[in-house]
Design a protein around this ligand. Sequence first.
Ligand SMILES: [Zn+2]
Ligand SMILES: [Zn+2]
Ligand SMILES: [Zn+2]
Ligand SMILES: [Zn+2]
Ligand SMILES: [Zn+2]
Length: 329
Amino acid sequence: MKKTLYCLILFLICILSACGNTDESYSNDYVSNVTTASTSVSTTVTTEHIHKWAEADCLSPKTCLDCGKTEGKKGGHTWQEATCTKPKTCTVCGKTKGKALGHKWKKATCTKPKTCSVCGTTKGDALGHKWEKATCLSPKKCSVCGKAKGEKAEHKIGYGGSCVYCGQKMITDDKSLEEYLNNKYSEGVTTPLGDVKNLSITVYKGTTNYESYDYCIKIDDALTIIEYNYEYSREYTQSQKNETANILKNYVKNMADDVISIFPDKKVTGGFYYSYYKYPHIKEGYTSNYNLTWTNYELDSLGYVPREYNENIYPSGFRWASKLDEIEW
Ligand SMILES: [Zn+2]
Ligand SMILES: [Zn+2]
Ligand SMILES: [Zn+2]
Ligand SMILES: [Zn+2]
Ligand SMILES: [Zn+2]
């Protein structure tokens, strides 16, 4: 009986052990199946990848941002032509090529500054007009562009008594000569021995046989003090006196030359002159005072200005006629 029980126990152990083995084998098969299924799912996702395209640009074709796949060609630069200040430039990427063209400058004018003929850029200021004085022929005028402004001017009397602009003879008689001389010479001169200023000049027309001239030009005497200083003063040096004589002589000579040029065919005499009566209330003691007397015609045999008209004597150039002068300057 004891032996039978032992056998039974042994049998049971055997069965139990076999049971354990079966369990283990089933478990292994299950894991294997699950692994196979998982691999198949992963393959399906790869097939469905959607590209994220970046558009083609100057340097790259259309490209996927994720996988780097490309498609088509690169775009190339979109060039904008060079200008005065910018080189040829790609409007897309900003790349440049070559140099800016530089401005094509047109010179400044009276009214416009230096300007680029292509883009209109300006530099500096307009030059401004260069005005030339108005004349009797034309108003004030720009010497560069010719623009005129304002009114014409009066005639301007030049040497010889004609208008320096239009040539018209402006001084034709004693009256116009007198006006001209007073305008030009009445201011007078300054000398080391005193001023000879605000002079009045009178033109006389010779009309009788007792006047040897056609015109006589008298400068009212303003030399009284200077005459006195010249002859008697010890306050002035001889060189101051000499300088005074020269200034006065030049003043008279310039006026004489001017008159001679205006009336080359007229016999003319002139100088500083005044006259007075010593006893004015009875008109007695008539006195004349001459200084720096001149003529443009022959003097008489004694060296005086002739007393009578002589139609055979012609104008023959300036000379002093100092025989009657108060002072030998
Ligand atoms: Zn992609
Ligand atoms: Zn570009
Ligand atoms: Zn320009
Ligand atoms: Zn101008
Ligand atoms: Zn004129």
